[in-house]
Design a protein around this ligand. Sequence first.
Ligand SMILES: [Zn+2]
Length: 123
Amino acid sequence: MKNLEHSFRYYKSGKPSFIKISRLNYFVIDIKVEHIIAHIRSVIKYKWWRTSVLERDEYKCWYSGLICKFPEAHHNKAFNRIIKQYHIKSIEQALNCAELWDINNGVCMEKVIHRAHHDIWGW
Ligand SMILES: [Zn+2]
């Protein structure tokens, strides 16, 4: 955890992200991916994607078929996997990545079921 905090400070400082110790380097890269994801989620296009998935599924949970109280859009292929696969490093690149915005890559899930799904299958 100490390494993670150190890496986070390092990243926020805007200095080069390359650190010779491989374990730290891994953390820094991971934080960058999280940072990009946070940005993407805040853009209008992401809201459009989410709403499109939920409306297509009529707000019914993919597992139970029941109408969700707290609907969430789940990515079948994880967001961070797509970002890593296409080496996305900016919002512009993300906006131009068709796979990120493919509504066929999303399904509606009830919030608690969505959490349970990721607890079992990972994020
Ligand atoms: Zn999910």
